[in-house]
Design a protein around this ligand. Structure first.
Ligand SMILES: [Zn+2]
Ligand SMILES: [Zn+2]
Length: 338
């Protein structure tokens, strides 16, 4: 089979390699769509945990083409998406139901071979039947699961006014989920006109250009927002979340900042407003919810995919993601599924 192989940071090739054999308890999947995300960019650049060489790709869906010994729940021909974060079930964190902090964590596309390949093997216990959901949509199960985990912490209530800073693919998922939670108003902010337009179409009652500062976003909710979400990971934007929340409000830092980034927060402001500041790390049993939201159309992802590229164009996909004017979600589509 063909696979994208990152040999070492910034050294990538599309290689011919043997098709994996599903081990006991595993299924073999013919990959139909695999999203390219920030984590893949970090692995490509050598900024993330992970052993090299590695086949990246953790946001994927495809068709079961083989099953290993002892697999009962799936058969050849089933259409599936996979939760890539694999926990051991036996450590202290798994024991308290916080599997996302598993001490023996593994992830498809990070510590074991991923889905930027024609075939990928995955534990059947991590796979979910997608029914007739299109593969391109089902490949959003993982990023949407992460969004749902964060939004559960933010706990948006009926009738609230929610601000989402950043209208990239993740911001647009966050905005749609905020609306599904019953927010009366979802305001989305970005500096790119095309993203603001899409925000209005998919999620936002109001979309604000923050190219000239955060004043216009603040004016939309003079007393402050009930809930504010950063979906950028940019320190200067993260700093604003504290200013834009109302007294007694909640903040979610969802965007991933570079690991050496530093933000300036006044603890007194957090105290005076009595803010709850949340973060969110991967997801925790949110796959079923994510698939149901995608199936119901409450969360729409069809407009988020701007590029569908063959495996050979992985490096072009990485370059596209560096330009927010040019791309939203880029998916790799292995041979035969274009
Ligand atoms: Zn991802
Ligand atoms: Zn564990």
């Amino acid at each position: 089979m063909k696979a994208v192989v990152i040999q070492s940071p910034r050294q990538v090739q599309v290689a011919e390699m043997p098709r994996p054999q599903p081990a006991a308890g595993e299924i073999l999947i013919d990959v139909a769509a695999c999203g390219v995300c920030g984590t893949d960019v970090h692995i490509f650049k050598g900024e993330y945990l992970g052993d090299y060489p590695v086949i990246p790709g953790h946001e994927f869906a495809g068709e079961v083409v083989d099953v290993g010994a002892g697999v009962g729940g799936f058969q050849v021909g089933d259409r599936v998406a996979v939760e890539p974060n694999l926990s051991c079930g036996g450590c202290r964190f798994c024991g308290i139901g916080e599997n996302n902090f598993c001490e023996n964590w593994q992830a498809i596309g990070v510590t074991r071979p991923g889905a930027m390949a024609e075939y990928v093997a995955a534990p059947a216990s991590a796979a979910f039947d997608i029914g007739d959901l299109p593969f391109e949509a089902a490949a959003f199960m993982e990023p949407l699961s992460c969004v749902l985990h964060g939004m559960q912490k933010l706990d948006v209530r009926y009738g609230e006014t929610v601000l989402i800073l950043g209208a990239g693919p993740i911001g647009l998922l966050l905005g749609q989920v905020a609306r599904a939670c019953g927010a009366a108003r979802v305001v989305m902010a970005d500096r790119i006109a095309s993203r603001l337009e899409l925000a209005r179409e998919l999620a936002a009652n109001d979309a604000v250009d923050t190219g000239g500062g955060f004043g216009p976003a603040a004016e939309r909710a003079p007393g402050g927002y009930d809930a504010v979400v950063d979906a950028t990971g940019v320190p200067a934007v993260i700093e604003q979340t504290i200013q834009l929340a109302r007294p007694g409000g909640r903040v979610l830092w969802f965007g991933v900042a570079p690991d050496d980034a530093v933000a300036r927060i006044k603890p007194f402001d957090v105290f005076r407003k009595g803010l709850a500041v949340h973060s969110s790390y991967t997801s925790l049993r949110n796959s079923v919810q994510a698939l149901d939201l995608l199936r119901s159309g409450r969360v729409r992802v069809d407009r988020l995919v701007t590029h569908r590229l063959p495996l050979e164009r992985f490096e072009e996909a990485i370059a596209l993601l560096a330009d927010p004017e040019g791309a939203m979600k880029v998916q790799l589509v292995p041979g035969g599924h274009g």
